[in-house]
Ligand binder design. Structure first.
Ligand SMILES: Cc1ncc(COP(=O)(O)O)c(C=O)c1O
Length: 394
């Protein structure tokens, strides 16, 4: 057996084997999966903008006017007017001097962190930060000090004990697998006191929380104060790509030093056109953000009534922790048989022993569908004896 085959077998044995599911139509609150319509409860298209007619048309118009691709990296010949205009819009939306587009959130995090920290310095990272942050820390070749989730006191201990220069404190704004929010005022205070920059990943916060969907930093009243705010275009903004907001000087530095910006093709004009139209919709229709929060609250309550609680969640991400990978995937499949598509999340995406069924809510879900889905998942959990387990009924 080849090495790869053996590794795949091991993944299967541990219940960690993953396979791709195929959606046979556009994204939306309901999607076609293997020929069947199911309620989609695992998309990051939180505001339903990926399939919004205005956003689709903007993508098509940008393709016709500007072309399908940017042809090169921004520093070669790929820097086009739509990129510049979207950066100006994003910086204003977030309350920053400048914004810089990246090809994706993964590229934005990995490139920015690696540019801002290096050997002899320390990056302080929340233990539940996204993989792209973890990989950015690895690429930086700085020391990484991992602090306990949302624990500012532990962070301070690590800052005090650090032997290298504190370069960066980095955190998700809304945690992608838990749906809770980082204690940003405390983190910023520590960053200031110990001479580090604070970087916040707003991938799941932009368009979802804060005034008009401006994110966790804006919700904490810290726009322009937090040094670096990263966000994505591929989640609530319904498109693809990402951006970093910061001072003009920091953005200038990233243009010169962020390798994932320098050595990667500029985002394609249709994605940029779509994101710009999505931002227009978000600014014109802030009630979408309120509907998202109301739907999330409704789902949390409906699941809790079934004995399925998500104690940490205060946002549109509602995870029900099961524990082991296999029962998590069994619940996922049983829910799917009942027409509810929520993804089972296993290590390494979440820590060992904390596999979960993770629901993500959309502003475009109908309340009645959410109530029905919670009941169906409750039935599925009872069917396989999961609701007797203390881990989820607690
Ligand atoms: C917290 C967080 N940061 C960054 C990313 C990466 O963003 P993208 O999907 O645009 O690469 C994700 C998305 O999966 C995320 O959840």
């Amino acid at each position: 057996m080849t090495d790869v085959a053996a590794r795949l077998e091991e993944l299967r044995d541990r219940g960690l084997y993953r396979r791709l599911r195929l959606i046979e139509g556009p994204q939306g609150p309901r999607v076609l999966l293997s020929g069947r319509e199911v309620l989609l409860l695992c998309s990051n298209d939180y505001l339903g903008l990926a399939s919004d007619q205005r956003v689709r048309e903007a993508a098509a118009e940008a393709a016709l006017h500007w072309g399908a691709g940017a042809g090169a990296s921004r520093l070669i010949s790929g820097n086009m007017q739509p990129h510049r205009e979207l950066e100006t819009r994003l910086a204003a939306f977030k309350g920053y001097e400048r914004a810089l587009l990246f090809g994706s959130g993964y590229l934005a995090n990995s490139g920015t962190i690696a540019a801002l920290a290096g050997p002899g310095e320390v990056v302080f990272s929340d233990e539940l930060n996204h993989a792209s942050i973890i990989d950015g820390c690895r690429l930086a070749r700085a020391e990484t000090a991992v602090y306990r989730h949302n624990d500012a006191r532990h962070l301070e201990e690590l800052l005090r004990a650090a032997t290298g220069a504190p370069a960066l404190i980095v955190t998700d704004g809304v945690f992608s697998m838990d749906g809770d929010v980082a204690p940003l005022p405390e983190l910023l205070e520590l960053a200031r006191r110990y001479g580090a920059r604070l970087m916040v990943d707003e991938a799941h916060a932009t368009g979802a929380i804060g005034p008009g969907g401006r994110g966790a930093v804006a919700a904490a009243g810290l726009s322009g104060e937090v040094d670096i705010v990263m966000g994505t275009l591929g989640k609530a903004l319904g498109s693809y790509g990402a951006y970093v907001c910061a001072s003009a000087e920091t953005v200038d530095y990233l243009v010169n030093r962020a390798r994932s910006f320098i050595f990667s093709t500029a985002p394609p004009p249709p994605s940029i056109g779509a994101a710009r139209a999505a931002l227009d919709v978000l600014e014109a229709e802030p009630e979408r953000v309120e509907r998202l929060a109301a739907n999330a609250q409704l789902l949390r309550e409906a699941l809790a009534a079934e004995g399925l609680t998500a104690p940490a969640s205060t946002t549109q991400i509602v995870p029900i922790e099961i524990g082991e990978a296999e029962p998590t995937m069994e619940l996922c499949e049983r829910a799917l048989e009942r027409g509810v598509f929520a993804q089972g999340i296993r290590p390494p995406t979440v820590p060992e022993g904390s596999s979960r069924l993770r629901f993500t809510v959309m502003a475009t879900h109908e309340p009645e569908d959410l109530r029905r889905a919670a009941h169906q998942v409750g039935e599925a959990a009872r069917e396989i004896g999961l609701l007797k387990s203390a881990t989820i009924a607690a």
